[in-house]
Design a binder for this molecule. Structure first.
Ligand code: NDP
Length: 270
């Protein structure tokens, strides 16, 4: 009977479609000013989020202004923060918590690709640590701070952006540091899902090749060779990830934790 609801959720709507609504919910998205994070921010607001905080490295008043104009009823804030810095992450999350009261959804999405070259010999120690600091340690700092809040609230959904590179090694792209950092995110997701199962859900999304500035440095020839081996035969668009992030954030996913959603045009299925 798809209509019956778990006793633990007496306030859930009996309408299946309503379960996908984020009406009245509050969310924080790191790396929300550009690329995938920005499209998720817009999607969450369209789905009814009443409070949304973007955390990003760059100051970007234009993004904030535009979102406030498009979604005048929502309370939208923008916070400059370097996710590599534990103190900054702690401070910014505590500021948003004090403002929002309750935080329902946290998307740890900020990330960088490493561009010096495919081989580990081309990588400096700085490159290695920088990728780890943004892509893995930054996610860890966010998770640790939001976990305390979720525990206190007795609820919350943490979604972390991993990558198809968490599952496979791209040839000839290689880039060991990125692959290792993203595999770390994938496993951090599973670990926290188990630790926090009594009060929160934790899941990851693993995008494939998505059209954002992250892959601007990749020559067209290499990109075309990737698409040739992607079953869907093309690059994905940021908006094609929205369904995964919306589902995992929503009450439609009350039994989904410790999972990873691959949105990669079939790339890792081959
Ligand atoms: P973009 O480069 O378009 O956006 C990345 C965002 O992260 C930017 O807003 C950037 O801020 C922010 N950011 C980077 N470093 C920091 C930092 N130290 N502190 C705070 N914010 C930071 O990339 P995507 O949207 O493509 O990537 C989003 C996520 O998706 C990343 O985790 C990436 O690894 C992952 N991913 C992307 C894929 C793709 O093909 N695009 C494939 C698989 C995974 P600023 O504007 O200031 O630079």
């Amino acid at each position: 009977d798809i209509g019956s609801l778990p006793a633990a959720f007496p306030n859930l709507s009996p309408s299946i479609l309503d379960l996908f609504s984020l009406s009245g919910k509050s969310a924080i998205i790191t790396g929300g000013a550009r690329g995938i994070g920005f499209v998720i921010s817009e999607a969450y607001l369209q789905a009814g989020c009443s409070k949304l905080a973007i955390i990003d490295y760059a100051d970007n008043d234009v993004v904030l202004q535009n979102l406030r104009e498009t979604f005048p009823k929502a309370h939208i804030t923008y916070h400059h923060c370097d996710v590599r810095k534990a103190e900054q992450v702690e401070e910014v999350i505590s500021t948003i918590h004090a403002d929002f009261g309750v935080i329902d959804i946290f998307v740890a999405n900020a990330g960088i690709a490493w561009t010096a070259g495919p081989l580990i010999d081309q990588e400096t120690d700085f490159d290695w640590h920088n990728v780890m600091n943004v892509d893995l340690n930054g996610v860890y700092y966010c998770a640790k701070n939001i976990g305390r809040i979720f525990r206190e609230q007795g609820k919350g959904s943490l979604i972390m952006t991993a990558s198809m590179s968490a599952h496979i090694v791209n040839v000839p792209q290689l880039q060991a540091a990125y692959n290792v950092a993203k595999a770390g995110v994938l496993h951090l997701g599973k670990s926290l899902a188990i630790e926090w199962a009594p009060f929160a859900r934790v899941n990851t999304v693993s995008p494939g090749y998505i059209a954002t500035e992250l892959s601007d440095f990749v020559p067209d020839e290499l990109k075309n060779s990737w698409y040739a081996v992607t079953p869907k035969g093309r690059q994905g668009l940021p908006r094609e990830l929205c369904g995964a992030y919306l589902y995992l954030a929503s009450d439609a996913a009350t039994y989904t934790t410790g999972s990873d959603m691959r949105v990669d045009g079939g790339y890792t299925a081959v």
